[in-house]
Design a protein around this ligand. Structure first.
Ligand SMILES: *Cc1c(COP(=O)(O)O)cnc(C)c1O
Length: 437
């Protein structure tokens, strides 16, 4: 399969190239040239299959031309050794719990898959060491660091803002060692992101070393996220609830919802999607006006969605005609949006906990409310619960006036010893670190 750039100013790439480079040379995002459909009778049979079997079917549609079937299925097996259960919350609303992986966030799926796929291509090509740079406000760093831990030929550098990441999340990427280096930057998340971007643009650095990113611009990270949409559908079908499903996705960089749109394009019978946003609502603005205006992000209690210029917007446009006359119409006929303030989020967490005895995290809370507000007769709502609430313990405790339990899996990270490199926010310090270690 070949991958073209959404900017269409560079020749198409192979899967290996797209995965190693991440971003295309013209700064566009890679898209597969074809999206192979999955037959309706196969979709009807998913209800009798396991998550692993379902994922293999979908993985084959994306990556089957590019590697041996055994290799691909082993990668799937390695990366998806946990469940993504659909849990009934109330009335016609279900939670798709994506937080049963190693770092208790949905990003585990894509990060682990990408690490294995990248590791495979590096080994096959006998390539030099690849350096993965990742800026994080919490969740991305922990999922990527854990996903790539111990993978040969790859070194991961996690940049995070000093004092601005929750203590639990900080432990999840500072205690690993091996091929993971945690870099504490004396600055903000935006400074971290700027350092990473500057490194990708620095010609001298790029001549000396192979640099790549592990966020959802990478096809190997976002495409596998479509697996659990199929798995959710199978679970609903099993209980006779698969008519008119509506998926509601708490969105930041829009990688997760884009994976859902791919699943829909492949034939998954989804009625419509809702993108739930916090106060960072440039996508909602686009739906309303047809004009896309990126803005600097504002800080909220659902901080993994604090994104002012969602990177996967380019992929959504491309999927629906690339900005031609009816692109906006096609997008708005399938996707709606909504926006919630911190007060809305807090009220939802409190209400759903008290009434339904279900504990939402701040991101899932946006998506739950959107469904509760918006679901129509005959529809079944599924919201993606993207992280375990204990990852946001300080926020949840304050809202519920409680002391919520930390799962053992999360607590285990807090026992390790932190290994941290501190850097100021100047690019020359970061560059010198990359060159000399
Ligand atoms: C990353 C993240 C999101 C946003 O996902 P996108 O793919 O960037 O839209 C939502 N919730 C949580 C908990 C996250 O970590």
């Amino acid at each position: 399969m070949r991958y073209y750039s959404t900017n269409k100013q560079t020749p198409p790439a192979s899967l290996a190239e797209a995965v190693i480079k991440g971003l295309a040379g013209d700064k566009g995002l890679y898209m597969p040239e074809r999206i192979n459909p999955i037959d309706a009778d196969v979709i009807a049979s998913l209800k009798d299959k396991s998550f692993h079997e379902i994922s293999c079917i979908v993985a084959h549609a994306f990556f089957g031309e590019d590697m041996e079937q055994d290799t691909l299925y082993n990668i799937v097996k390695d990366t998806l050794s946990f469940e993504t259960p659909v849990v009934h919350v109330n009335d016609h609303i279900y939670s798709l719990e994506l937080f049963h992986g190693p770092t208790l966030a949905f990003k585990d799926v894509g990060a682990r898959f990408m690490a294995r796929l990248l590791g495979y291509f590096i080994g096959k090509q006998g390539s030099e060491q690849v350096n993965v740079l990742v800026a994080t406000s919490g969740d991305t760093g922990s999922a990527v660091a854990n996903g790539f831990l111990g993978v040969e030929g790859i070194h991961v550098h996690v940049l995070y803002p000093k004092g601005k990441v929750s203590p639990i999340q900080e432990c999840q990427f500072t205690t690993l060692g091996q091929n993971i280096t945690a870099l504490e930057i004396d600055g903000t998340f935006d400074d971290c992101q700027r350092l990473v971007k500057s490194a990708f643009m620095d010609e001298e650095l790029n001549r000396q070393m192979l640099l790549t990113s592990a966020n959802s611009i990478n096809v190997a990270r976002f495409l596998p996220q479509s697996f659990y949409y199929f798995n959710a559908y199978a679970q609903l079908d099993r209980i006779g609830k698969a008519d008119n499903p509506v998926f509601c996705v708490p969105s930041g960089n829009f990688g997760n919802i884009t994976a859902g749109l791919f699943a829909h394009r492949m034939g998954l019978p989804v009625k419509r999607f809702i993108a739930a946003n916090n106060r960072n609502d440039v996508f909602l603005e686009y739906l309303k006006t047809g004009v896309y205006t990126p803005r600097p992000s504002v800080a909220t209690i659902a901080n993994a969605m604090d994104v002012g210029d969602p990177s996967n917007f380019a992929r959504i446009l491309d999927l629906y005609g690339g900005g031609c006359e009816d692109t906006h119409k096609r997008i708005t006929s399938l996707i709606s949006g909504c926006r919630f303030t911190d007060e809305d989020i807090a009220a939802t967490i409190k209400q759903v906990f008290e009434k339904e005895n279900y504990l939402l995290d701040p991101h899932g809370a946006c998506a739950y409310w959107a469904l509760a507000d918006n679901l129509q007769e005959g529809e079944t709502g599924i919201f993606l619960e993207t992280a375990h609430p204990a990852k946001f313990k300080e926020t949840i405790d304050r809202i519920l006036n409680a002391n919520i339990e930390i799962p053992d899996k999360l607590r285990a990270f807090m026992k390790g010893e932190k290994q941290i490199r501190s850097l100021d926010k100047e690019f020359r310090s970061f560059k010198s670190y990359l060159r000399k270690g």
